[in-house]
Design a protein. Structure first.
Lengths: 286, 112, 290
């Protein structure tokens, strides 16, 4: 069962929830936690586990060889992403801008461009007891998160059986990387806070989920601050409100030290149990 | 020498554009011919990714030897400019094009 | 004309709340640019009237003209993004998967594939409650978040400032360190880095600062919720000193940020307590640098 944890807004508590939920579940059963915020993965700060495996991840980019090139400029012309620059008789390729469409290489009349594998990031697999933690990190300067996210999803599919609970900490926002991160999910948990910013960005996230045809529900973080508009909205729209994590300064303090929260704060553990119940109930109907 | 400027207008009294990739105009001054030409770069607004390299390629086509600009080119553009052998000077973002040339001639600008 | 951009690296540090308070302090003499286009929130505090609206186009989507299509399948074969599939015997491009590379259109022998400009969002020009103007935008769902829409918002803000003789633009920047952030900081005179004393906050602060440094922009830092972790606050302060970043202020964790937001107000409008004083002092310190 694949659960993606997402949010429209940054800073709502996605990572706090993913890491605490996964650790909580791991006390009783096998679980996989994956950090798909590949530009800035920081779930790892909260997970203590042993490094099991590292895999270099590659993207295909065109490599130019001067010998065959006739400087026709076709490659520059066909690249919609301006990743190929022509300076007289020299061709410069910008791997960071390349989307890997292969047009330049395959349409080159002189076979002067060949698609080769170039490192774009790294996947690391950690393990502690029943918790498997996978973190993918994009190299600095790389721009194509989507590809690394999809390769990470592939790794999970290849290495873990279907019936284990898999939690995915998604990047914030509603653009391409989030689409890729939640594409495969059986269920999406949207984390938000009961404030105007939280409600506004929740609506954006919901629009996105609906467009993708995803099943989703809400976990409300920092319950107690702000107002009841998010609650009311969920009720009106029949959106399942799976759990509510109370606002507690201690949570923020523990987070700031890179520590898990539920062991210190029983109310949080209770809410995690609620979420787990929800997952287990929905698991069988998939 | 041909000296290029990133600018918001087409003449000597125009303000410099502090940006490189998405600069509105590229002005090129040919010291030998004492000629100032301009290139309207505003179509770059339509470009999502790769604005920097595209503008840098344009600069190469305009045969610039030196570039005077404000903040400086981003990483990708800087690579193209280096390969093209263009020497970049930054820090002129708040000047007029005329003042920027004077600053360059007086060695008052930072090589990028 | 001067530009001050407020960025944070990490989301949720209080960037937008502070930018809103700064904008309110300036009243009519400023143009506000909300460049956090993926999750724009400034408008929830500034009461914009959405007076002018324009569609925003970025990138392209392949579209197959079914009348011209001869169903050879070449397009589906060469598409590296699996964006073309057969649905009810027709070849259809999935708009969410299509990356707009244009390859299929180039090789289609029947010229059945066109590239359509993708409506990737919209931008607005509004009058806001302080009597000044704000440019803001909304990026479409699943859109490519390049710096383009950010650049558009800034361009419009600059033009408006110029037309109305206004000397200052306050920019609410996007979170992160990618293209949208770069687009928001280029041309700025000063960058305000808002951070929080958490490990991820510090980590993202450093990455955000690297960007600012690369573009030679003077920077200052506000450590928000500073009393949550005094040790990490100290580490951040050491970092600021080492890098010669102006230490603007430390703001204690205060529920007033959320409370005022709930009433659709910036902190300094909502209350006149100590926090308001600290925010005002922070702003004065920033303006003195300019």
């Amino acid at each position: 069962m694949k659960i993606a944890i997402a949010s429209g807004k940054g800073g709502t508590g996605k990572t706090t929830l993913s890491t605490n939920l996964a650790s909580y579940i791991a006390e009783e059963q096998m679980v996989v936690l994956t950090d798909l915020d590949v530009e800035e993965p920081n779930s790892g700060l909260f997970i203590k586990a042993r490094l099991l495996k590292r895999e270099t991840k590659y993207k295909m980019i065109p490599e130019w060889s001067e010998e065959n090139c006739k400087s026709c400029g076709n490659c520059h012309e066909v690249c919609n992403f301006h990743a190929i620059i022509q300076l007289g008789s020299s061709i410069l390729v910008f791997p960071q801008l390349c989307h890997g469409c292969y047009a330049c290489a395959e349409l080159c009349p002189s076979s002067a461009l060949e698609m080769v594998a170039r490192k774009m990031g790294e996947l690391r697999h950690f393990q502690n007891g029943k918790l498997n933690f996978i973190e993918s990190r994009l190299d600095i300067g790389q721009e194509q998160s989507t590809l690394l996210i999809s390769q990470t999803n592939q790794y999970i599919n290849e290495h873990f059986p279907g019936d284990i609970i898999k939690i995915y900490d998604s990047p914030p926002g509603t653009s391409c990387p989030v689409i890729e991160a939640t594409k495969d999910a059986d269920y999406v948990i949207l984390v938000t806070e009961p404030t105007p910013f939280g409600l506004h960005d929740l609506k954006l996230a919901i629009d996105t989920m609906k467009k993708l045809g995803r099943d989703f529900g809400v976990v409300l973080n920092r319950q107690g601050i702000g107002n009841n508009d998010v609650l009311d909205f969920c009720q009106q729209e029949n959106i399942p409100l799976i759990a509510e994590i109370p606002d507690d300064r201690r949570i923020a303090e523990l987070y700031s030290r890179g520590e898990l929260v539920y062991q210190e704060i029983p109310e949080v553990a209770l809410q995690l149990e609620k979420i787990l119940d929800f997952i287990m109930n929905n698991k069988d109907s998939r | 020498m041909r000296i290029a400027f990133t600018s918001k207008g087409t003449d000597w009294d125009s303000m410099m554009d502090p940006r490189f990739g998405r600069t509105e105009f590229l002005l090129v001054y040919d010291e030998d011919k004492e000629e100032l030409i301009h290139f309207d770069n505003r179509a770059i607004e339509d470009v999502a990714h790769g604005a920097g390299p595209k503008t840098a390629q344009k600069l190469f086509e305009l045969k610039a030897d030196v570039l005077i600009t404000g903040n400086g080119p981003g990483g990708n553009a800087a690579t193209v400019l280096e390969k093209a052998g263009v020497k970049v000077f930054a820090g002129a973002g708040e000047l007029t094009v005329r003042e920027a040339l004077r600053a360059y001639e007086n060695n008052a600008l930072e090589p990028f | 004309m001067k530009e001050i951009v407020v960025i944070s690296g990490k989301g949720g540090t209080g960037k937008t709340s502070l930018a809103a308070s700064f904008a309110c302090l300036e009243g009519r003499d400023v143009v506000v640019a909300d460049c956090d286009v993926d999750a724009a929130d400034m408008h929830l505090l500034m009461q914009p009237d959405f007076n002018k609206r324009e569609d925003f186009y970025s990138g392209e989507l392949a579209k197959i003209n079914q009348d011209e299509c001869i169903r050879c399948g070449n397009c589906a074969d060469i598409c590296r993004f699996n964006a073309i599939s057969i649905i009810d015997s027709e070849y259809i491009v999935d708009p969410l998967d299509c990356e707009g590379c244009g390859y299929c259109a180039r090789i289609c022998t029947s010229h059945a594939i066109g590239n359509e400009k993708l409506n990737a969002g919209e931008w607005f020009l509004s009058s806001i409650k302080t009597g000044s103007l704000m440019v803001h935008a909304r990026l479409g769902i699943g859109a490519d978040n390049s710096g383009k829409l950010v650049a558009k918002v800034k361009k419009e803000a600059r033009e408006i400032a110029k037309r109305n003789g206004i000397g200052l633009i306050i920019i609410d920047g996007p979170p992160g360190i990618g293209c949208p952030v770069i687009s928001s900081i280029t041309g700025a005179n000063f960058a305000v880095l808002v951070t929080e004393p958490t490990i991820s906050g510090l980590h993202d602060l450093k990455r955000a600062y690297e960007l600012v440094k690369k573009f030679n922009i003077r920077a200052g830092c506000i450590i928000n919720k500073s009393d949550l972790n005094t040790r990490t606050t100290e580490i951040i302060e050491d970092f600021l000193k080492a890098e010669d970043i102006l230490h603007i202020s430390n703001l204690p964790y205060d529920e007033i940020f959320t409370e005022s937001m709930t009433y659709g107000q910036a902190v300094i409008e909502y209350t006149n307590n100590d926090m308001t004083g600290m925010i005002k002092d922070s702003w004065h310190k920033i303006k003195q640098i300019l």
